[in-house]
Design a protein around this ligand. Structure first.
Ligand SMILES: Cc1cc2nc3c(=O)[nH]c(=O)nc-3n(C[C@H](O)[C@H](O)[C@H](O)COP(=O)(O)O)c2cc1C
Length: 189
C-alpha cells in the first residue's frame, strides 16, 4: 500500500550549502541553504527567500561563494541557518571562522569549509515563493587533505553533511553501496 502525502519537495538527500557574501561595507555574511543544485556543468541554482541578507548582498556585489558544510563545522553551519545578517551585525564573527576574499569574484571564501565554489551572479529568476539565483561557477577549491592520489575529491574523507528535509536531520556521507554506470550495467546488456 502507498499513502499520499500531498505536494511536497520530496527529494533526499539535500545538500548543506554555505552561501557567503559581502555587504556594501565588506562585512561577511553566510547562510545555510538546502535548496540548491548544479544546473549546468559550470552553474549552480539556489532557491532563496528574497528578504535574506544574503540575497540583498549578492544583488549588490553580483557574486557569492557556495561551500559544502562538513561535520567538523556543524555548529556554525546550523547557526548560519538560524541567525540573519539582517538583525545580527556580528553574525559571521560569532562563528569564529576565517574569511578570505576570493581572487576571482567579489565574495569571501570561508577557509574552514572543505569545498568551495566561487560564483558570479548570472541570473535571478523570481517565482511566487523564492528567488532562483543562478551562479556561474568560475572556480572550485578544496582542502588538499580530502583529495585522493589523482587529485579528485574523496567524499569519504571530507565528512560532508547532507540534509533530510522530511525530519530536518543532518547526516554525513554514508557507506558506498555502488558505482555509477556500473551497478546497472548487467541490465543494459
Ligand atoms: C538546514 C537549513 C536549510 C535552509 N535552507 C534554506 C534555503 O534553501 N533557502 C532559503 O532561503 N533559506 C534557507 N534556510 C534559512 C536561512 O539559512 C536563514 O533564514 C538565514 O537566517 C538567512 O541568513 P541571512 O539573512 O544572513 O542571509 C535554511 C536554514 C536551515 C537551518
Amino acid at each position: 500500500m502507498r499513502k499520499d502525502l500531498g505536494p511536497k519537495p520530496a527529494v533526499y538527500p539535500m545538500p548543506v550549502l554555505m552561501v557567503a557574501t559581502y555587504d556594501e561595507n565588506g562585512t561577511v555574511d553566510v547562510m545555510n541553504a538546502a535548496w540548491g543544485m548544479i544546473c549546468d556543468s559550470d552553474a549552480i541554482s539556489l532557491s532563496l527567500t528574497e528578504t535574506h541578507k544574503t540575497v540583498k548582498n549578492l544583488k549588490k556585489t553580483k557574486a557569492f561563494t557556495v561551500s559544502l558544510a562538513d561535520v567538523k563545522n556543524i555548529e556554525a553551519a546550523d547557526f548560519f541557518g538560524i541567525a540573519s545578517g539582517n538583525t545580527m551585525a556580528d553574525k559571521f564573527e560569532r562563528s569564529g571562522m576565517t574569511a578570505t576574499k576570493s581572487e576571482r569574484v567579489n565574495a569571501p571564501i570561508i577557509e574552514e569549509f572543505p569545498i568551495t565554489m566561487e560564483c558570479e551572479l548570472a541570473e535571478i529568476i523570481e517565482t511566487d515563493n523564492v528567488y532562483n539565483i543562478i551562479g556561474k561557477i568560475v572556480n572550485v577549491s578544496a582542502h588538499e587533505e580530502i583529495l585522493d592520489e589523482s587529485g579528485k575529491i574523496d567524499i569519504q574523507k571530507a565528512g560532508i553533511l547532507i540534509f533530510d528535509q522530511f525530519k530536518a536531520g543532518y547526516y554525513v556521507t554514508g557507506e558506498k553501496v555502488g558505482q555509477a554506470w556500473q551497478s546497472g550495467k548487467e541490465l543494459a546488456k
